[in-house]
Design a protein around this ligand. Structure first.
Ligand code: SAH
Length: 486
């Protein structure tokens, strides 16, 4: 019987500690707050009991006594209890009170520190809280001072004299009072101030000001909690050091509609560039478990997608064969992703057209002598390539190894996609199935990014003109086009 007081970090999932992740995965019960990151709980067990003890309906906090009682009850029942808090549990998190309650009840506990917002938000804003010759001390201060409660009163003259950086938690509503008191206490009205809202989260925004201007600036910008306010010379450094907010896709919400199994690399690249990714997989692939014909006699094998490559090798394996069955055959991959997938299975494609579309493949094959070709693809694939080859007198076998079917999208995911700045479409089927899921039409509102001509044609069939079409017609090309679209 041990209770764990665990910090979840400031929001970005990557800033959750290994120990926190381990305990979240093990917990029977998790008592959590509002300010933990949206997916901090995604690693919890499916049968874990998750209890919210933050603000109720955006209003009053669950009273601390009630939280303590819950904590003790669950710990006494012998279950593994994790008390998960935003940032660090002992920094303005009332973790100390909970530890005292556990100690008084004789329940052993462990504390797992987290990265506190007062360090993480400045770091993500490009603001070093200490800096040689600028600031050699940091104070964490609560800005949430209730004038009606004398016991919470801060010693403002002492804070004003503090020889270093002041980091205020809470209190975005009291910026004017904070600034006035510091200036009254002797800080220069020109002293830099930085407010970092939603630090480390996709909507992070930094507002720079001085003590003289901060109240007005914050009101103009509509600054809202949660935010960290930093006062001191270092608060001007984001002008030079901002990195997260300087990313090309920062603040841009991009929906990715491709199959979950294939969305990873595209989503990761978009996130690296600062985008907030909405994963809305409109399709998934389903193996048809088709039988692979004898390959002897085919002098060309065309693979039209990464999934087709994996299915090809699965089909070989089902029939007791392996990569050696492709020995002696010329292998063509429709695009670089397909070539990569083939390489994973030990086969280097002989032909990869410069343009990753059927027309590019037709061109790339033009000069090659081919008598018999096997085309491995999805059931719903286009016929442009087999038709063109047959016209040349090639004997063509089209083998559908999988089909693309609709993936169920829940209402929340659809709403998030419809509220995005961009929806990316990486195949005609993503257009068709997203429209179907959304009640027959591609959502109005977001701009539409198409990976290539066939996808753009599908959008036009749905009465929509793509706002951009990638060139080259690859996921990387799509990302570049989004960056260039600004
Ligand atoms: N224990 C937490 C602090 C809880 S007090 C920690 O160590 O971070 C709540 C205050 O933390 C908020 O009012 C805000 O000032 C700050 N805060 C928490 N998460 C934040 C975030 N992602 N960005 C900016 N400030 C944040």
């Amino acid at each position: 019987m041990t209770a764990y007081l665990v910090g979840a970090g400031p929001g970005d999932r990557g800033l959750l500690t290994l120990r926190a992740a381990e305990l979240i995965a093990r917990a029977d019960v998790i008592l959590y707050d509002l300010l933990i990151g949206a997916d901090a709980l995604s690693g919890a067990r499916a049968d874990a009991e998750l209890i919210y003890v933050g603000k109720q309906g955006g209003g009053e906090q669950v009273p601390q006594d009630a939280t303590n009682t819950l904590l003790l009850e669950h710990a006494r029942s012998g279950r593994t209890v994790v008390r998960l808090k935003g940032g660090d549990p002992f920094v303005f998190g009332r973790g100390g009170e909970e530890a005292l309650a556990l100690r008084a009840a004789g329940i052993p506990f462990e504390v797992v520190p987290g990265i506190t917002a007062g360090l993480a938000a400045p770091a993500y804003a490009g603001l070093p809280v200490t800096q040689r010759e600028m600031s050699s001390a940091v104070a964490f201060v609560t800005g949430h001072e209730n004038p009606a409660k004398p016991e919470t009163a801060l010693d403002w003259p002492a804070l004003a004299r503090f020889p270093g950086t002041l980091v205020f938690y809470m209190g975005v509503g009291s910026l004017e009072r904070i600034a006035t008191r510091l200036v009254e206490g002797g800080r220069s009205a020109d002293e830099p101030v930085a407010i970092v809202e939603r630090g480390t989260l996709p909507g992070q925004r930094t507002t720079l000001a001085t003590l003289a201007t901060v109240a007005k600036r914050a009101a103009e910008a509509g600054v809202r909690a949660p935010a960290i306010t930093v006062v001191g010379a270092v608060a001007a450094l984001p002008e030079q050091l901002a990195w997260l907010e300087a990313r090309p896709l920062h603040g841009t919400r991009v929906a990715v509609t491709r199959a979950r199994a294939q969305a990873g690399p595209l989503a990761a690249r978009l996130r690296e560039l600062g985008a907030e990714v909405v994963e809305a997989p409109a399709i998934r692939t389903r193996s048809l478990r088709a039988e692979l014909p004898r390959l002897t006699g085919s002098d060309l094998i065309v693979v039209s997608s990464p999934n087709g490559a994996h299915e090809l090798f699965a089909a070989l394996e089902r029939s007791g064969r392996d990569a050696r069955a492709l020995a002696g055959h010329r292998v063509a991959a429709l695009g670089p992703g397909t070539a990569r997938a083939l390489r994973e299975h030990g086969v280097i494609a002989d032909v990869v057209p410069a343009r990753a579309v059927a027309e590019g493949m037709i061109e790339a094959l033009e000069a090659l002598p081919i008598a018999r070709a096997l085309i491995v693809r999805a059931r719903e694939g286009r016929d442009a390539l087999p038709d063109a080859l047959r016209e040349r007198g090639v004997e063509v076998v089209v083998l559908a190894l999988y089909e693309t079917v609709a993936e169920r999208l829940d209402a929340g995911t659809l709403a998030a996609a419809a509220a995005a700045d961009w929806i990316t479409f990486t195949s005609a089927s993503t257009v068709r199935f997203l429209a179907e899921a959304a009640g027959g039409a591609v959502p109005e509102g977001p701009r539409l990014a198409s990976i290539g001509p066939a996808t753009s044609a599908a959008l036009r069939e749905h009465g929509r003109e793509p706002d951009l079409e990638a060139d080259p017609h690859t996921p990387d090309g799509l990302v570049d086009a989004l960056v260039n679209a600004g």
